[in-house]
Every structure is written in C-alpha cells, then in structure tokens.
Design a protein. Structure first.
Length: 470
C-alpha cells in the first residue's frame, strides 16, 4: 500500500450488453423473500465501508472534471453487478456529492442518502444470480477524507488539477462504489477535462477526443481491480511511453514542474523494476505498467493498479519505485479479503524494497535491514502489535510494514531461498486477480515448503513481543 517518506477500442455503453433488472423476470418465491443487502462489508478496520447483496463486475465512469470550477466533477457512473441474494434494495458507498438521477436497468429507481451511503430501491426486486446495471448521475466538489488515524486521502486538489489516492476507503469520495477490496471489478474511464490538462487513469489509453475547449480521455482497465486502486489524476503532465524489454507497455506521466531527467529516471526505474520482479515473482499480472508523479500535498506514494502514484521526492528513490511496483503482485493482483491482513500487502512490498536496496548496493543487505530492526528491543510499535492483527490504529504502522517484512525474512532463513521464492511465485499464481488471507498464505507456505511452520508464523504474525526462538 502506501510507501511512507521514511524510506484501444472505445468502451460501449454497459446498458447495451448487460441483462437489466428492469427486464428480468423475478421468480415469485424470490420476490417474496427479497431483502436489503448488507449496509457494510463488516470490516472493523473500515467500519461502514463496503456493502453486501451484490458483486460488482464492472464500473464505467463518464466524468467531466473541471478542477478549478464548481462543480469540480459531474457525470455518471454505471455499475454492472450480479445479485448474490434476492435484493429489495442495496447500498452504494458515496460521500457528499449531489445525486440527481439513479436508474436500475434503465428505469428510474428510488434513492435516498444515509451517512456515507446512497440507498437504492429498484423498481422491482432483483433475483438472486441476476445481472443488473445501476447508473448514478451526480455532481459536486469532492472532499478528501481527513482521518485522525489514517491521515488525508481520497480526492486531493493539486496546483493544477486533482490527485486521487484512495487507500483504504477514499474511492467513494468521488464515485459511487462498493468500496472494499473484496469486491474487485474491471473499469472503464471517460474523463473530460479542459484543454491543456491531461487525465491519467488505470490500464491503457484507448483514445482521446477533442471538442471545443475540452479533451476526453478514454482509459480501460481490463483486469479486476479494488476500488481503492482506481485513480484519475488530472494536471499538466509530461508523458513518456514505451515498452519494457520483457514486452510490457509503459506509460509514465510527471508534473510539468519536473524536468526531463526526472521523467526519464522514473521511466527507466519503472522498466527495470517491472521486468526484474516479473522474473522473481512470476509473470507481470497486468497489461501495462508505469507511474504518475504529481504535486499533491500528501506524504505517501500509492500502488494504484498499473500506474503507481508518487510525489516528486519519492519518485526519485528507486527503492520506493520497487516497493510500489511489487504491489502489482502483492496487493493489487493478490488483494486482501479484509484490511486486517494488510501485512500481505505492505510486509511483502517492504521486503521487496529491501531486496532492491541490496541490488543497488550489495553492502546494504536484506539481512542488515532485518538486524537493524531486530536490535530495537524497546520498539513497542514494532513488537507489541501483531502484524496480522493491527487494527485501525496501526494499519499503516511499523509492525505491518517492518515486522511483516521481517516475518518474510524469518521464513526465508527457515526454508531456504529455493523454497522461499517458490512460495512467493505459488502465491502470486494461485491467487492471481483474486483475494486472499493470512491463513491461506501460511497454509500455502507449509504446503510448498513441506515444513511445519506453525510456530514461526505464530510468533512473527500473531504474538505480542519480540520473537526469540522460531
């Protein structure tokens, strides 16, 4: 997830291709038993976020973004989903913004607001297993989430545009969604901005269209993506495109204040890291790679899918690029099922950062990184919080990042390099484009290594206190 400063065809309208609730026949028995979907994912780290009763397949965002105007954003998000129960109504995550119209299956639907939610009542109950579309038309000035524990994230204004960094649950500050990583979907973006600005999103650029004083950028992310990994960055960018020696398309954009050397450095590091991690972790899981550097007033980088976001100081550090790009495997392709398992994202990415540091400077070994932390006997934030159960308070804390990485090094020392990297490759292959848990990782590690690792994982991931024997 966040690395802290410390270290082309145009999409067709969805309504043309999806079965709709307005036209589907709902069996009488299911209609009688239709009920509201759950109003949350039940994740204690992000209480209230996410919803139940449906599984999103695709988001189609058609937005006009005028950063300096009011409203700053206006448009329609169309969601294609499958009902996992007979639904009488369902919730979408949405904060602020003025909703003017909601349709389900092309037919007007009743809607109301609750804290952080848009509550939708379709004209007819939706059958369990049925595919349906919901289109929400809205506008307004999105506001960033400003949380005393998690910091400022979501929709962030920049000097010339917008930066969207949404982890863990800031996506619903700018589009209606099922804003929890367990519900991944493909995405399409049509973003219209004033001429002179560029809109960068996930996946591949499918085309640009100019009309008067505006330009529309169409992007397509064809692989499943968690909502917090969706991004639309708008600004005056310098762009460089190409392909890695391994054949992965590259798209890099940097704020206009960054010189050509900065653009080339990010491009070159992205190319090197992408291909290196593909050899170590398994095939690159997506259809393109890249990065965006913006002048956002934040102190983090974020592993937005296919195209991590950076601020200038972080983008200049190869180890940070290595951290964020490793997330394409650990966090983006293999996503957490619940936020309490965040070490599966950040422990792995921190360990990748250590490995890249060793590549850059052989004297700066992974073992030295482990030793320097292990010698900190009084680090309560490191030893008193189990990485596999950090809670909301320590979600972005040292235990998740550093102790999570240390747990991986302890595993590597226990099983040896051959088995260790076989475990990582099996993990990325078996859970590619899906969700997984700590219990699944520990079970896989035992299966692939053929060793009893229960004590090692217990003391490193679940127990309080500095591990002594493992």
């Amino acid at each position: 997830m966040k690395a802290r400063r410390t270290a082309a065809s145009v999409l067709l309208p969805l309504a043309l291709t999806a079965c709709t609730a307005g036209s589907a026949r709902v069996p009488a028995q299911q209609a009688a038993h239709a009920a509201p979907g759950a109003a949350s994912a039940g994740d204690s780290v992000v209480p209230g976020s996410g919803n139940g009763g449906y599984d999103v397949q695709h988001y189609d965002l058609d937005l006009k973004i005028t950063p300096q105007a009011h409203p700053a954003v206006a448009g329609t998000t169309t969601i294609t989903a499958t009902a996992t129960q007979a639904l009488s109504r369902f919730d979408l995550d949405l904060t602020g913004l003025d909703v003017t119209k909601v349709t389900v299956g092309g037919v007007s639907a009743t809607h109301s607001r609750a804290p952080g939610k848009l509550v939708v009542t379709p004209p007819k109950p939706i059958a369990r297993g049925g595919s349906f579309t919901v289109a929400v038309t809205y506008s307004g000035n999105p506001k960033a989430v400003d949380d005393h524990l998690l910091g400022k994230y979501g929709w962030i204004r920049t000097g010339d545009g917008v930066f969207t960094g949404d982890e863990p649950d800031g996506a619903h500050s700018w589009f209606p969604s099922n804003d929890h990583p367990r519900d991944k979907a493909t995405f399409g973006f049509r973003v219209t901005v004033p001429r002179g600005l560029t809109a960068v999103a996930n996946g591949e650029l499918a085309g640009t269209t100019e009309s008067g004083d505006a330009v529309t950028y169409t992007w397509r992310e064809r692989d499943p993506m968690a909502t917090y990994l969706a991004m639309v960055d708008v600004g005056r960018f310098k762009v460089r495109q190409g392909r890695t020696p391994g054949g992965v398309p590259v798209y890099v954009a940097v704020d206009s204040s960054i010189d050509q050397a900065g653009l080339d450095s990010l491009y070159d590091n992205t190319v090197k890291v992408t291909d290196a991690w593909a050899k170590l972790f398994g095939p690159y899981p997506f259809t393109s790679t890249g990065g965006v550097v913006d002048d956002a007033p934040v102190q983090f980088a974020l592993e937005t899918q296919t195209r991590p976001e950076y601020i200038a100081g972080m983008a200049a550090l190869p180890t940070v690029v290595a951290h964020e790009l490793s997330h394409q495997w650990f966090g983006d392709s293999v996503s957490v099922t619940r936020w309490g398992d965040m070490w599966l994202n950040e422990g792995f990415a921190t360990y990748a950062e250590w490995m890249w540091g060793e590549r850059e400077n052989p004297a700066d070994t992974v073992q030295s990184q482990f030793d320097s932390r292990y010698s900190q006997t009084r680090g309560s934030d490191l030893w008193n919080i189990p990485p596999a159960a950090p809670g909301r308070t320590a979600l972005f804390g040292r235990s998740v990042y550093d102790r999570g990485a240390m747990a991986l090094h302890a595993l590597r020392k226990k099983v040896g390099d051959q088995r260790f990297f076989a475990i990582l490759r099996a993990w990325t292959a078996e859970h590619r484009h899906g969700n997984a848990t700590t219990a699944q990782f520990t079970a896989l590690a035992q299966r692939v290594s053929g060793m009893d690792l229960r004590h090692l994982f217990q003391v490193w991931l679940y127990d309080r206190g500095r591990p002594v024997n493992w």
